[in-house]
Unconditional design. Structure first.
Length: 744
């Protein structure tokens, strides 16, 4: 066995220091929440007086939907009132750590990325590939990368069975778990193992972040550099709120668990389609503690299009129903504290939101086509109570979400997933459910086969669009007799539903139309590129993956698709040689120039790409270099910012393209030249950003040889450090250059 001796050096250590004070909701937001609760009760307690006696069941259903919305809102506010703030303790030496990477039928190249990143984590560990597909290619990959390989003869209990099988055949006291697509950062173990100094900690969970920013669950705004993810609110806010009450749960990947805690509950929970949630409940019921470390430390593949997005949420919902039925969270889950019960209950009943949304999506169509209203009349009193309650619901959601609860985008995804949520709640009545692995790659048919999954959205779109003219016709013929105000209100309500459903259908079609098989990272890299027997030219690689790239720089005009080029990529870890085939040429403005080349790597062996894989995957470098964020200002923050009017904004990444740069110190030229990249300003007076692999002195004067597609030029400048980051464990430093000198 890879582990010769089991030693746990944490046994005799003193308890760790107490966690920092949680971040509490600010006073202005607390005041807003108080106003919301008062207005909500003022409205909801009065609402039964408005029931329509001619449509009692319809009135009660709509009211029940409103009450359900208020209850879930209060539970949500309870969860996120305080957020944990943690500083990772140092990881002690000598822990025995196993790293499990689970797979069933994922592509070999995906597993290669994850295993390369896993084997290069800085803390001593043993990496295991748990292959539930019994594929020879996986065994060969494990052997090539020096990874331990495990497979089993009987494939019972899906992923949980695979993990339990590995537990019975390995010796690690701490088990890190990664899905096939989640590549860990180099410092994953060093940032999480220190928490286990507290002997009561059973597991440490970290966010699930994703590198494919063009997925179905991402919304991109190039102008503001906002890249919001449908799960941002959960991993940035909700899990931190749960952590305060020891209720954060393990999410199946990007976490590390104590073997002793798993042994205490008999291993990972089986007979469930979400072993992570069920396992977390069992661990908490035994009195163990959990930690949520909110720093992204692994990066995977988000659902690329609509079908895996929907199927994944169906599975999550079905697993939540199994937990709800099995543990009886509110009344019968002995061992859980009241806050834990409320937190788990909130996480499971959220899937019933699908029924509420379905009711509200279809209600205006019912009113317009039948004349039956859920209220007796649309009076001014109703409007004066309903409108403040409705607007405050959205405003409070944005504020308690701390900038991650984007109400409009959330409503779009509510429309996209309501059918999945409705279907998943039926799992409450079914004891046997099949585990399905989420597809991690785009559908080869462009998503056409999955359009049948859009029928819930088409139903909302069709019924509401048809109800408007039908309702107007029935009203004109006297078949129904809606008051004018009610007619207008329901037409407006139906139009909102039409717009939401149409937006989801349109977005689904656009995302399904993406044909590139592999995601390309928006990370500029300095490179030297040449054709056969030609001298190299300095340029920039961008739009890069392990399969191909786009090159920007000077190159002979006779370059054509099919030509072979060679060169070196200048990575923080050193120079990486490569050969590539030109797939497309984009001519520049003058003869003799080529503005860009689209190329495909020609690797002789897959291992030649490992240095590039280690640099690209398991890192949030594309976020930091491009200054991307998934957080936006809330309405209250925008108002306060307008009042205060800050004098100077924080430094931002340039909108202009990047150029290759070679940097040396004018004060100490004997220290040599260092590769980097520098932004090309759109105007001569703009500041520039320099990115290098070595830290420069605070008052150091720099000589920067800049290569653009028009040639080379020398820039002499001082520099101010404003950020630093890690790429594959190697630091990158970002400097702001004053607006001096010119680029050509």
């Amino acid at each position: 066995m890879p582990h010769a001796l089991k030693i746990d050096p944490l046994t005799d250590l003193p308890p760790p220091p107490a966690a920092p004070t949680p971040e509490t909701l600010s006073r202005p937001r607390q005041a807003l929440v108080a106003v919301y609760v008062i207005v909500a009760l003022w409205y909801l307690l009065w609402r039964p007086e408005t029931f329509n006696a001619a449509a009692p069941w319809f009135s009660r259903l709509v009211y029940a939907g409103e009450v359900f919305g208020f209850v879930t809102a209060v539970l949500h506010i309870h969860m996120v009132w305080r957020l944990s703030v943690r500083e990772a303790p140092a990881a002690p030496a000598g822990l025995v750590v196993d790293v499990y990477v689970t797979t069933r039928d994922e592509p070999v190249e995906m597993l290669r990325r994850t295993l390369v990143a896993a084997t290069r984590m800085s803390y001593p560990h043993v990496t295991w590939l748990l292959d539930d597909g019994n594929r020879p290619a996986m065994r060969e990959l494990a052997g090539e990368l020096g990874v331990q390989y495990l497979a089993r003869a009987r494939h019972r209990h899906a992923k949980a069975g695979n993990l339990n099988h590995a537990l019975s055949r390995t010796l690690g006291d701490y088990i890190a778990v990664f899905d096939a697509d989640h590549a860990p950062a180099r410092d994953f173990l060093t940032r999480t193992l220190g928490y286990f100094q507290d002997a009561r900690v059973a597991f440490v969970s970290t966010p699930q972040d994703f590198y494919n920013l063009d997925s179905y669950q991402h919304r991109n705004d190039a102008q503001t550099r906002l890249v919001w993810n449908e799960q941002s609110l959960f991993f940035r806010v909700i899990q931190r709120g749960k952590d305060v009450t020891n209720s954060a749960f393990f999410c199946g990947t990007c976490g590390i668990l104590r073997r002793k805690a798993l042994d205490d509950i008999g291993g990972f929970a089986v007979d469930t389609v979400t072993e992570d949630l069920d396992t977390s409940v069992r661990i908490h019921r035994k009195g163990w503690r959990s930690v949520y470390h909110a720093e992204p430390l692994a990066f995977g593949v988000a659902a690329p299009d609509f079908v895996p997005f929907v199927r994944q949420r169906v599975r999550w919902g079905q697993g939540a129903m199994q937990v709800l039925r099995r543990h009886g969270l509110l009344l019968f889950a002995s061992g859980l504290t009241l806050p834990q019960r409320l937190n788990y209950f909130a996480s499971t009943i959220m899937y019933f939101d699908g029924w509420q949304k379905a009711l509200f999506y279809l209600a205006p169509a019912i009113v317009l086509m039948t004349g039956a209203m859920p209220i007796s009349q649309l009076s001014w009193e109703f409007v004066l109570r309903f409108v403040p309650y409705y607007l405050l619901t959205f405003w409070v959601f944005e504020e308690v979400g701390r900038g991650y609860g984007r109400a409009l985008d959330v409503e779009r995804y509510n429309m996209a997933r309501y059918g999945a949520f409705v279907w998943s709640t039926l799992g409450l009545l079914r004891r046997r459910l099949a585990f399905r692995v989420t597809r991690k790659h785009r559908s080869p048919d462009g998503g056409r086969a999955g359009r049948r999954f859009l029928w819930p959205q088409w139903a909302v779109l069709g019924m509401n669009a048809a109800a408007i003219p039908v309702g107007l016709l029935l009203q004109a013929l006297g078949v129904i007799a809606l008051p004018t105000a009610a007619l207008i209100a329901n037409i407006f309500w139906a139009l909102v539903n039409v717009v939401l459903a149409r937006a989801v259908v349109g977005f689904t079609r656009r995302v399904s139309g993406f044909h590139r098989r592999e995601y390309r990272f928006r990370i500029p890299l300095p490179a030297l590129l040449s054709g056969d027997s030609r001298r190299p030219h300095a340029g920039i690689l961008d739009d890069v993956s392990a399969e191909g790239f786009k090159y920007y720089g000077r190159f002979p005009a006779d370059t054509a698709p099919g030509d072979t080029v060679a060169g070196e990529i200048l990575l923080p870890s050193g120079r990486m040689p490569f050969r590539a085939t030109v797939c497309a040429c984009f001519p520049g403005p003058r003869d003799g120039d080529v503005r860009a080349l689209g190329c495909r790597f020609d690797w002789n062996t897959p291992s030649e790409a490992d240095a590039l894989i280690a640099f690209l995957y398991g890192s949030d470098l594309q976020w930091k270099l491009n200054r991307l964020s998934d957080r936006s200002r809330t309405p209250l923050e925008r108002f306060l910012r307008w009042v205060r009017r800050p004098a100077r904004p924080a430094p931002e990444a340039p909108d202009a393209p990047w150029a290759a740069a070679v940097v040396r110190s004018a004060d100490t030229p004997d220290r040599g030249m260092h590769p980097g990249i520098v932004s090309v300003p759109s105007a001569s007076g703009d500041e520039r950003t320099l990115v290098v692999f070595r830290r420069m002195g605070a008052r150091e004067r720099l000589e920067i040889l800049v290569t653009t597609r028009a040639g080379t030029s020398m820039l002499r400048s001082g520099a101010m450090l404003f950020d630093a980051m890690l790429a594959s464990g190697t630091p990158l430093y970002l400097y702001r250059l004053p607006p001096a000198g010119e680029f050509r």
